[in-house]
Design a protein around this ligand. Structure first.
Ligand code: PEP
Ligand code: MN
Length: 340
């Protein structure tokens, strides 16, 4: 971290600031230029509050050199992380499509969709059992029963399963869930993230509705700093002024994250766009841009879905998208992170 001081900074004020910095356990290195004095902070500055530093009268600007996330940073882990989800790998050149219904509704629905998406090449089955709905009157998911039905579909197809956790007290029910999803609404539920940091199971961390990439990486840091290093990031669109789509799909997060972090990045065009006919172009764009995978909602009968029918593909539509994506995959952008 570098602090640039105002031109009129007095020696005693500089000493006071230095003392304050030393007090929080950081060394300083002062260089006096012709017009400005600069203080370089030496040591682990992850816990230094930049706003507090800026609030000193004599401070003109503060710049971080080292990102506040360490575990999630490419600087400390140059090699791409490969996450192994019960034998299915994502990251480091391994590409997977996670597909399935928004919500688990019935045994027939989830096993039928599972069989279909597997045939089309999906590597993992998704299905919500605990649903974070805007309205408390909307379908909230089948909860424990939904997880049990997902497990049945897993037995039948061999596909590892992905489901969202909303409350850490539900963790015992997720014992046979292979990849635990933290949804957009819980991206900054720090207590939940900390608890998930203590378990030995991969986590799919979705980007919050209105969160920056740095905030997202700090949430990954919450999980990783607890010892659970297997985190996959999932971009699902952010809120903007645009109303034609459910969210705005920030595909630029792919190259940004590839530069900043070694964690795998997957894209969810279903929640980003909100309309089934718009899923294919964005699934292809995300693949071309070098995503490590996709998450796509598929329903046997979208018009009757209990949740997110408008954005859900039929199994036939999914097959068409998967074919296009797998054809495109060999031409996808590869990131030469060593250049950065
Ligand atoms: C979901 O994947 O079903 C979901 C609720 O997504 P998000 O958290 O991205 O809204
Ligand atoms: Mn959904």
């Amino acid at each position: 971290m570098i602090i640039v001081l105002k031109q009129n900074a007095k020696a005693e004020q500089i000493e006071k600031l230095k003392e304050w910095i030393h007090h929080i356990g950081i060394e300083t290195h002062v260089s006096v230029g012709q017009t400005h004095t600069i203080i370089g902070l030496v040591g682990d500055t992850t816990q230094v509050d930049m706003d507090l530093v800026s609030s000193f009268d004599i401070v003109e600007s503060v710049k971080r050199i080292q990102e506040p996330f360490k575990n999630a940073s490419r600087k400390f882990h140059n090699k791409d992380l490969v996450v192994d989800i019960s034998g299915v790998k994502i990251g480091g050149g391994n590409f997977q499509i996670i597909a399935g219904p928004c919500s688990v509704e019935t045994r027939e629905q989830v096993t039928y969709v599972a069989e279909c998406v597997k045939k089309s090449g999906a590597g993992l089955l998704r299905g919500g059992a605990f649903k974070p709905r805007t309205s408390p009157y909307a379908f909230q998911g089948l909860k424990g029963e939904g997880i049990a039905l997902l497990e049945e579909a897993k037995k039948q197809t061999g596909l590892p399963i992905v489901s969202e956790i909303m409350n850490i007290s539900h963790l015992p029910m997720f014992e046979d869930v292979d990849l635990i999803q933290v949804g957009a609404r819980n991206m900054q539920n720090f207590d939940l993230l900390r608890e998930l940091g203590k378990i030995n199971k991969p986590i799919l961390l979705k980007r919050g509705l209105a969160n920056t990439i740095d905030e997202w990486l700090m949430s990954a840091e919450y999980i990783m700093s607890g010892g659970n290093e297997n985190v996959i990031l999932c971009e699902r669109g952010v809120r903007t002024f645009e109303t034609r789509t459910r969210n705005t799909l920030d595909l630029s997060s792919i190259p940004v994250l590839k530069k900043l972090s070694h964690l795998p990045v997957i894209i969810d065009p279903s929640h980003a766009l909100g309309h089934s006919e718009m899923v294919k172009p964005m699934a292809m764009a995300a693949t071309a841009a070098g995503a490590d995978g996709l998450m796509i909602e598929v329903h046997n009968n979208p018009t009757c879905a209990l949740c997110d029918g408008a954005q859900s593909l039929t199994p036939e539509e999914f097959d068409d998208v998967a074919k296009a994506v797998f054809q495109l995959r060999p031409f996808a952008c590869k990131y030469n992170v060593h250049k950065n």
